[in-house]
Design a protein around this ligand. Structure first.
Ligand code: MG
Length: 230
């Protein structure tokens, strides 16, 4: 059986040391004059579109103003992100370089993809800072595709069909992520979920959401590969 393996970015593949949050704050302040209640807001598992709508709505910015300036926001965000990533703090998480190599080496059985709340330019900049090649991911679903993460798995499956001619379904689709939102987003498609406690949720917190497989980190590369491809 083939696999469509969809990796989340922040907390799963890499850690930017807060560069993403700093860049969003700067871009929102510049484009809208406010970043809303950003200090009390959890970014984990949320799409970039959702983050902007939540924070700006909470600050009283009308929806049509949010939408009208969204292109400017994301253009400024990527520019600030590249600047913030320049602090050199971004790292691939433990085991990730080897795990990606091994999933890719199983090419007969696996299509490597991204399923992330990041917009494509943000994902590309973060991966590049972590020295992970963006173009190795053949399929992607992003925060710019929909504000609601639960809508992204179907986008990824559709793009995988267009690029490979293969219709992946149910447990052939593997979602790998670090938050409850990653575990739940593919529920309606019956996907396999692999959770990892390298982001802002503990192993115990993730266990409550019953992923199919759960890891402290992907340093256990062989076990992770087995869970993904089994
Ligand atoms: Mg994440």
């Amino acid at each position: 059986m083939q696999r469509l393996v969809l990796f989340d970015v922040d907390g799963t593949l890499l850690d930017t040391g807060g560069a993403g949050g700093r860049a969003v704050r700067r871009a929102m302040e510049e484009v809208y004059g406010t970043a809303g209640p950003v200090d009390d807001y959890s970014f984990a598992g949320k799409t970039d579109t959702r983050i902007a709508r939540d924070l700006l709505s909470a600050a009283g910015v009308p929806t049509d103003t949010i939408d009208a300036r969204a292109d400017a926001l994301w253009e400024r965000y990527v520019a600030y992100l590249e600047e913030e990533l320049g602090d050199g703090a971004t790292r691939a998480l433990p085991g990730i370089p080897r795990l990606l190599d091994q999933v890719e080496a199983a090419v007969e059985r696996a299509v490597l993809g991204l399923l992330t709340g990041n917009i494509p330019g943000g994902a590309r900049a973060k991966l590049s800072a972590a020295q992970i090649e963006f173009d190795r991911f053949r399929v992607g679903a992003y925060g710019s595709d929909h504000a609601d993460r639960a809508r992204l798995p179907a986008v990824a499956v559709h793009r995988a069909f267009r690029s490979t001619g293969r219709r992946f379904e149910r447990k052939e689709i593997v979602i790998v992520g670090d938050t409850p939102a990653d575990i739940s987003c593919g529920e309606s498609l019956g996907v396999k979920t692999v959770a990892v406690a390298t982001g802002s949720y503990t192993r115990a917190q993730l266990a409550e959401h019953r992923p199919d497989h759960l890891f402290d980190s992907f340093e256990e590369v062989d076990a992770a590969l087995e869970a993904i491809l089994a």
